[in-house]
Design a protein around this ligand. Sequence first.
Ligand code: MGD
Ligand code: MGD
Ligand code: SF4
Ligand code: MO
Length: 701
Amino acid sequence: MTEGITRPGRCTLCEAMCGLRVTTSGDRVIDIRGDEDDPLSAGHICPKALALADLREDPDRLRSPVRRTKDGWRDISWEEAFDLVAGELARIRRRHGADAVAVYLGNPVTHSLGSMTHAPAFASLLGTRNRFSASSVDQLPHQVVSRLLYGNQWLLPVPDIDRTAYFLVFGANPAVSNGSLMTAPGMGRRIRALLARGGTMVVFDPRRTETAKLGGEHHFVRPGTDAALILGMVRVILEEGLARPAAYVDGLDEVRDVLAPFTPERVEAVAGVEPGTVRRVAREFAAAPSAACYGRMGVSTQRFGTLCQWGIQLLNIVTGNLDRPGGTMFTKPAVDPIRARQIDPGHQGRWRSRVRGLPEFGGELPVAALAEEIRTPGPGQVRGLLTVAGNPVLSTPAGPALDESLAGLDFMVAVDFYINETTRHAHVILPPTEPLERDHYDLIFHMLAVRNTARYVPAVFPRQPGARHDWEIFRELGRRYGRLVRSRPWRAALMLRMRPKRIVDLGLRTGPYHLSLARLRRRPHGADLGELRPSLPGRLQTPRRRVRTAPPPLVAAAEEAVAELLEPPAPGTLLLIGRRQLRGNNSWMHNSARLVKGRARHHLLMNPDDMAARGLGEGDLVNVRSPAGVLTVEASAGHDIMPGTVSLPHGYGHDLPGVRLSVARRVRGSNVNALTDPARLDQVSGTAVLNGVPVTVERCQ
Ligand SMILES: Nc1nc2c(c(=O)[nH]1)N[C@H]1C(S)=C(S)[C@@H](COP(=O)(O)OP(=O)(O)OC[C@H]3O[C@@H](n4cnc5c(=O)[nH]c(N)nc54)[C@H](O)[C@@H]3O)O[C@H]1N2
Ligand SMILES: Nc1nc2c(c(=O)[nH]1)N[C@H]1C(S)=C(S)[C@@H](COP(=O)(O)OP(=O)(O)OC[C@H]3O[C@@H](n4cnc5c(=O)[nH]c(N)nc54)[C@H](O)[C@@H]3O)O[C@H]1N2
Ligand code: SF4
Ligand SMILES: [Mo]
């Protein structure tokens, strides 16, 4: 056995940001363990942490820039790549205007310090209104609601999971996902601790999930109907005089009026939850010594996602649980751009998408509109595309149609280290260093963590000769592009010139604890800055620091939604929902043999009664059809799934021509986003509807 050196590390694969101890020998990883001294993760890791070693060693991972030619991919120098990319992007802008180049920033941007600081800055330099990101297939409803209620899109209250007495969960599976907009490594352990101290967990989910199985109560809810259920619970609390809101809360009379139609009986007809359960859970939630209501992907990416997130905030606010220990609280992060007012508080509708007229939010358009913006001719048509750390062909609605559109672009560049289903269309791919080769400070997830901590982790390995970090790629592109175009937003240009470390140091020094990078480096396992503390109304950014529970856009949206939301389902419809898996990470970790080994996990889960009704047996190949498309996959009996519901995971479907993912290509499964419909969006935020998609299932002939 080789003697190794053990260094602190950080897993950047999901929001839990687990602390690691990485043992290395030369330039190889020999072991990865959880760091017991990390004040937040306390030793927790999941199977994906070890896959960081596979990512590092993966022969399919690009180490230098490549250019697509008619004879296949050719390695090119960074010099050639930078000139080519800057030149092409500038050429399209000169000829067709700034909006002719679109940008997609994918999920891992948020997990890399240098991408966080430099990718948005480079996107600003491009000056395009066609900016897209994973937000509009993910958490946008949270941002819309926080902006309207609390005055800033990033003032997102986090469940105080370690102190709560009552955890009410809609459409989230943190036992697998490890929490989202709630950085809480080891959620399984935290939930077990809650139950062990006599606390309660109640989960509403169309699948009896790994989270639900940890204990407490689980109730099925018909996909896509949670807005009715949650608003119905708020109504019970208001009607029964159980509300105990804080003094700085406005608008509850209006809320009461608008919620009048959501009686428990009408909720039952659509959501399939008994009126007695709606009333009891609402009363218990209101009466608990402390309680936190939380909901994620299952309730954000549905037709009334923003109303769901509004309802969740209302439950916490009306019961006095917002900003109370054991309720939902705001963090006090060591780098706090919200406090420093350096972050856009959010805005909506300053401009609209060209083809469908969809409003921007916070400077971004819904990604469901990307394909049509490329495909539809006319002034302002998108002809060039930059993707950063993203795979929208697998991750966004009507992925196969987007795939086709990408082939028609004049120029596409990807900053990514894989040739995946999306980047195979790029003319040039610029690969950054891998996660263990770079320094990390988490600018986002410290802001969303269940405990205030701060940790700076230097790179575990020196980078390979000639390798560039994400931020260096954007800085250099910015420099060359800036010489070719006249307009140069000064903020973006300044940001591009600064090193990420410098930005973190400045943020720490001006932050609430007056730390510095040097001081943090003396705490290699991280600094514990204590539990979450009450901070309202001081932290609000609304006029007069009031919580606005009834902002006009949400009141109007609820009124408009009543008819559609309270319409009972047509009999016989199947509704498709998603699922995440412990050994998968969105669209991109299937190339780790260690993660994908074992039984297949891509099946369509169906309730056994729904299978029997269609004469289907275990493993039968079925066609799943939606108004947007069709796919073929094996069906499997899911005893934990609600009748009338079927489930498929996303991030599958790697066997497209040209994809250079030799392990992932052998993983079966189809692109679930062949079924999601870019025309069906959350009414308020424009977020894609990924859950509650009507489908039919029939045996494949
Ligand atoms: N292992 C692993 N961890 C991950 C990821 C991963 O890919 N793999 N991805 C990360 C990312 S990017 C994110 S955003 C988070 C997401 O974190 P979560 O939201 O916790 O993860 P999901 O598994 O998408 O959970 C959504 C839940 O909603 C349920 N659901 C679906 N439709 C409905 C509905 O209409 N109503 C209700 N009430 N429930 C519904 C589903 O059954 C599922 O249990 O996970 C992160 N963590
Ligand atoms: N139907 C359905 N669709 C979904 C979801 C769902 O639940 N159901 N979930 C949605 C959600 S929540 C999300 S967040 C999106 C995620 O979807 P995307 O935004 O497409 O993100 P990933 O699939 O994580 O994309 C990963 C890409 O980033 C690259 N990458 C990884 N690390 C780095 C890095 O450090 N630098 C650079 N430059 N590249 C890197 C990888 O090589 C890979 O190509 O999918 C969404 N799509
Ligand atoms: S939960 Fe797993 S993937 Fe997420 S940060 Fe921790 S080790 Fe990494
Ligand atoms: Mo996500």
